[in-house]
Unconditional design. Structure first.
Length: 129
């Protein structure tokens, strides 16, 4: 996660509790992109990325798409509305759960993992609705 940051707030590694200015506890990483997308097609890649996974994966027939993005709603579920595969392009339309409350936070790093049948993909596009 540290090597693949997105534009969000992170704990300041140089912060020392009781010594540092409290306002410097978190830093905003403005230099990173808003999102990152990864295609994982082999077991050895998968175990490098995920420290724990309770499901089963068959990398002969399946693959994993990992989407890392900046979000401000930690208490809202994220849903896949639609997935389309055409001309080696995978388009995933996602939607955040609507809630009539004030539940936003500072931007943080959030992930979505999608397990799908193995496909030949040249481009993956996530659309947030």
């Amino acid at each position: 996660m540290k090597e693949n940051r997105v534009k969000a707030y992170y704990l300041n590694e140089n912060y020392i509790e009781g010594e540092s200015d409290p306002s410097s506890k978190y830093i905003y990483d403005e230099a990173s992109p808003s999102f990152r997308t990864f295609t994982i097609i082999q077991q050895d890649e998968f175990v490098k990325v995920f420290s724990k996974y309770d499901g089963t994966l068959d990398f002969e027939n399946e693959m994993v798409i990992l989407y890392i993005f900046s979000d401000i709603y930690p208490d809202r579920n994220c849903y896949i509305k639609k997935i389309n595969y055409e001309n080696k392009m995978l388009t995933v339309q996602i939607k955040l759960q609507n809630k009539p409350s004030k539940d936003s936070s500072a931007p943080y790093q959030r992930c979505i993992m999608i397990k799908i049948d193995k496909l030949e993909i040249d481009l993956i596009k996530f659309i947030e609705d």
